[in-house]
Design a binder for this molecule. Structure first.
Ligand SMILES: NC(=O)c1ccc[n+]([C@@H]2O[C@H](COP(=O)([O-])OP(=O)(O)OC[C@H]3O[C@@H](n4cnc5c(N)ncnc54)[C@H](O)[C@@H]3O)[C@@H](O)[C@H]2O)c1
Length: 482
């Protein structure tokens, strides 16, 4: 794909943007600006949060100099949206011209918000070109790609930040503080269950995520958040993983059980849309229509594929056991067809138990895709002896329970030094996605997987100090479990 493929972008916008940037290059004006310079690759749904932040609240110190995507319609839209804010226009590039984009627009940072399986490609090329990288989670989807990224960081000496926004959600940061305080003593085991309801959960089966080659499945795409939280909460490294996973709900058989004839290609043209309780109207939401439906002509991507398709190859029911290098055992479950959305987690310590729960939505209304939002938070400490204590939860505002805003402040603003050490680099990015990658291997082989067998040269990230605990008792590892 070359620049001529962007013929659908308003030509005046492109020429004006290109002309202004060309002039700046010629006069060396780039060096004169004190703003931090960003290029964004992958200008879909998630990129909007970063683009809004840079062109809005943080525009004094930051600017977007280029945008890039495989879909020229979405590139044009991003340029238009940014221009409308009054910020300087970014230059538009096709994905195939990523290296040229960096040469011509000289960003200091590349923001990677593409499909998960393509992150490594852009991360490594950006690092090689001398940029630092801010990447969306998961850092990547396979062990080989994780190794490429770890090697590229070592080779180039550049930096990666993995945007683990869940760490910044105030009640989750509060859990970290409670664990750091030592009130429940040394944590010995963790019991963590995450539920996705039939609105949010079903959505993964409509989009590119439904192909494991794109997303690594929910074990990587979704659980990377959850494994990162546990790694960070515990301040420990996952060592050994065993898991079971299968697709039990989003299947052609379930469609038949619900009285449908079978599966179809997509909701928009579905002959059974009036009968299907999971019908999703892509045209009804102006934002989604503009982002995806109006740009299908460029890449043929349907955002509303049938969730009952037999070719879907990701799991919807997953159970994972993880042993940490400090001896902690984690029991984790994720399912994607639940009656409510949220999670509960319990940390069992030598002095007591910490229970924490967030109910994000109490139910899913079905065909209308309306969710009753709730966001009930509860955190409780139950000592081994004595009365339980309910903790008043910290609150935040904005996306992901307030986590997005706190994280954006740290990335683009002047946030103070963080005693919780929430900034995550490639080491935290790797430890988190490797648990999911290991679980995927278990699904295939039935064997336990050691994280150390997946990559080399991975060292523990910087951690906030946790209460001292005695050395773990070494345990034998049975790698083959029949
Ligand atoms: N941290 C969070 O809470 C959170 C929330 C949503 C999404 N995400 C992450 O953000 C990323 C993007 O997700 P999304 O929901 O915006 O998806 P999306 O489908 O809306 O956007 C992805 C964009 O990448 C483009 N793209 C695909 N392949 C490409 C390639 N090879 N080169 C360049 N561009 C390419 C697509 O055309 C699209 O515009 C994913 O990694 C996802 O995991 C994170």
């Amino acid at each position: 794909m070359s620049d001529k493929d962007f013929g659908l972008i308003d030509r005046r916008t492109v020429l004006k943007a290109a002309g202004a940037a060309g002039l700046m290059l010629a006069t060396g004006a780039y060096a004169a600006t004190s703003r931090k310079r960003y290029a964004v690759v992958g200008v879909g749904h998630r990129a909007r949060m970063y683009m809004n932040a840079i062109t809005g609240k943080y525009r004094d110190g930051n600017e977007i100099v280029a945008v890039c995507d495989t879909n020229p319609g979405r590139v044009a839209r991003a340029v238009r949206r940014i221009s409308e804010t009054g910020a300087s226009q970014p230059r538009p590039y096709a994905a195939a011209d990523f290296d040229r984009m960096i040469r011509e627009t000289k960003p200091q940072f590349v923001l990677v918000t593409t499909v998960d399986a393509t992150h490594d490609e852009y991360i490594v090329r950006a690092l090689e070109a001398g940029c630092d990288v801010i990447t969306e989670k998961p850092m990547t989807t396979t062990a080989e790609k994780a190794q490429r990224i770890l090697d590229a960081v070592k080779r180039t000496g550049r930096h990666i930040r993995v945007a683990f926004n869940y760490r910044y959600t105030p009640p989750r940061t509060q859990v970290k503080e409670l664990l750091m305080s030592g009130e429940i003593g040394d944590v010995l085991s963790v019991d963590f269950t995450w539920l996705l309801n039939t609105v949010h959960g079903a959505d993964y089966f409509r989009r590119w995520h439904s192909n494991k080659a794109n997303s690594g499945g929910l074990m990587v795409h979704k659980s990377t958040h959850h494994f990162d939280l546990v790694n960070w909460w515990l301040g420990a490294q996952p060592e050994l993983v065993h898991a079971f996973g299968s697709r039990q709900f989003y299947t052609p058989e379930t469609a038949k059980r619900m009285g449908l004839q079978g599966h179809h290609q997509r909701c928009l043209t579905c002959p059974e849309k009036n009968k299907c309780n999971f019908y999703f109207d892509l045209a009804a939401d102006p934002g989604l229509k503009e982002l995806y439906l109006d740009n299908e002509q460029h890449d043929g991507y349907f955002r509303d594929q049938c969730i009952w398709r037999p070719e879907i190859n990701i799991e919807d029911t997953m159970n994972v056991m993880v042993r940490y290098d400090n001896g902690v055992q984690l029991k984790y479950a994720l399912s994607a067809y639940d009656a409510w959305e949220g999670y509960h987690i319990a940390f069992n310590g030598t002095k007591g138990r910490l229970e924490h729960r967030i109910v994000e939505s109490a139910g899913a209304a079905g065909a209308g895709q309306v969710q009753s939002k709730s966001n009930e938070v509860s955190t409780r400490i139950i000592p081994l002896r004595g009365a339980a204590r309910d903790i008043e939860p910290w609150v935040g505002t904005g996306g992901h329970g307030g986590g997005d805003n706190v994280m954006l402040d740290e990335i683009f603003g002047d946030a103070p030094a963080d005693k919780f050490k929430r900034i995550s680099d490639e080491r935290a990015g790797a430890y988190s996605c490797l648990v999911g990658i290991a679980a995927n291997r278990c699904f295939e082989t039935g064997n336990s997987v050691r994280i150390a067998d997946l990559v080399t040269g991975l060292t523990p990230p910087d951690r906030a100090p946790m209460p001292d605990r005695k050395a773990p008792v070494p345990m034998p590892i049975r790698v083959k479990i029949p």
